[in-house]
Design a protein around this ligand. Structure first.
Ligand SMILES: O=P(O)(O)OC[C@H]1O[C@H](OP(=O)(O)OP(=O)(O)O)[C@H](O)[C@@H]1O
Ligand SMILES: Nc1ncnc2[nH]cnc12
Length: 176
């Protein structure tokens, strides 16, 4: 499937979760078997060379875990707060529509391991920047992040470039 065909599988919901947000919903993309498979293949090609894949709860788990399994690499879950039973490090970050916190178990990463970040969507880059900080604090080398969707007007790519993380995205939506 072409990137244009995959983009056509993403549903846009206006004013969710609050007025003014055009919510780019991947439910319809992952609900299409060939579309989901083609998306995972594309992401897997983009992060070739990584030694582990990290994905952020919750939508990042869908794509990150599938890519990790496709490449037979370890998957590192980056979690919303209060879910991990021990050995937690965390960082607060800003969303396009709120504030949140990410946590991880530093023991889930090997020192010096090359970790690629995978998520469904890049908006402000706050989530991916927080994940980068967490993974680096735990000893990981983070230089690449791959997303299904980029909202270029929100500056996520630039925020990650400032942190020496290269971004690739399968599709973008101008007018976030
Ligand atoms: O670039 P940013 O401005 O940080 O926004 C992108 C993040 O926002 C969404 O997650 P959300 O926090 O809504 O959680 P979910 O995956 O649980 O739906 C999305 O899945 C990204 O992780
Ligand atoms: N506009 C948007 N659509 C879907 N997920 C998002 N996460 C942050 N901004 C988003």
């Amino acid at each position: 499937m072409t990137p244009a065909e995959l983009k056509a599988l993403v549903r846009t919901i206006p004013d969710f979760p609050k007025a003014g947000i055009q919510f780019r919903d991947i439910t319809t993309l992952i609900g299409h078997g060939p579309g989901f498979a083609a998306t995972i293949e594309w992401l897997a090609r983009e992060i070739s060379g990584a030694e582990a894949i990290a994905g952020m709860e919750a939508r990042g788990f869908i794509f990150g875990a599938a890519v990790a399994a496709r490449l037979e690499l370890p998957f590192i879950p980056i979690r919303k707060p209060g879910k991990l039973p021990c050995c937690v490090i965390g960082v607060d970050y800003e969303l396009e529509y709120g504030v949140d916190r990410l946590e991880m178990d530093p023991q889930s990463i090997a020192q010096g391991q090359a970790v690629a970040i995978v998520d469904d969507l890049l908006a402000t880059g706050g989530t991916a920047a927080a994940a980068t900080e967490l993974l680096r604090n735990a000893g990981g080398l983070v230089t690449r992040a791959a997303f299904v969707i980029d909202l270029p007007e929100l500056g996520g790519r630039e925020k990650l470039a400032e942190r020496s993380v290269d971004v690739s995205a399968l599709m973008n939506f101008a007018g976030a």
